[in-house]
Design a protein around this ligand. Sequence first.
Ligand SMILES: *[C@@H]1O[C@H](CO)[C@@H](O)[C@H](O)[C@H]1NC(C)=O
Length: 215
Amino acid sequence: MEKVEMFFSTLSWFTYATVPPVCAFFGWLAFPFAFFTSILAIVFGTVQLWKAISNLTNPLSNEMSEYSNFASTNEALKTIFSQASDEEIAKYEKQLDTVKIFDPVLIITPNQTWINQHGLPAYNAVMDAFATNGLQNRRRDRNSRSIFHFTENEELYTVRRNVRNLIPNAFFVPTSLQSQLSNAQLHPVGTAWILLKVAALKSDFGEDENFFHVI
Ligand SMILES: *[C@@H]1O[C@H](CO)[C@@H](O)[C@H](O)[C@H]1NC(C)=O
């Protein structure tokens, strides 16, 4: 009986001697851990808050990054009119001011070989056809004979089909097929570009290589 008592009292001394120091040891470990974690939380929280505030105050920057694959209208025009002066580019840019987002714009730049072959009045007649086809006493080019506004793709390609029927020699037989056809029209009237405004200042654009193909 005495031995058993002694055993328990020994255990309780053992417990008192070990458990508090162990708790204290882990407690000291917990403090730097909590400190470190709260610093991380403050840093991440601040970054998120800062992002949220900057998106609220400047929603355009958010929108711009979404369209970062697209060129500015100015860059697009400089590619299309590679010979144009800054003044001319500014004039063209103004032409695009009123274009609604996602309305297609057709831009035609002249092919000098075609003009040498057919003459400038013939070239202007083709541009006038693109500017007026399907409209009553109105032009879709603001007299530029180069930048044509359409309200939708269907209108653009209907006009293209109509002009091809009216003035077939503005269109050409693709080089790969020219050897198979005698009297083939060898040059297009120009180069066709399709430009879309996708956001206030951004554009998607590209050359439509088949635009002036006869077939
Ligand atoms: C004119 O058309 C010919 C194809 O017949 C092409 O090789 C040439 O690059 C064109 N020129 C311009 C300025 O687009």
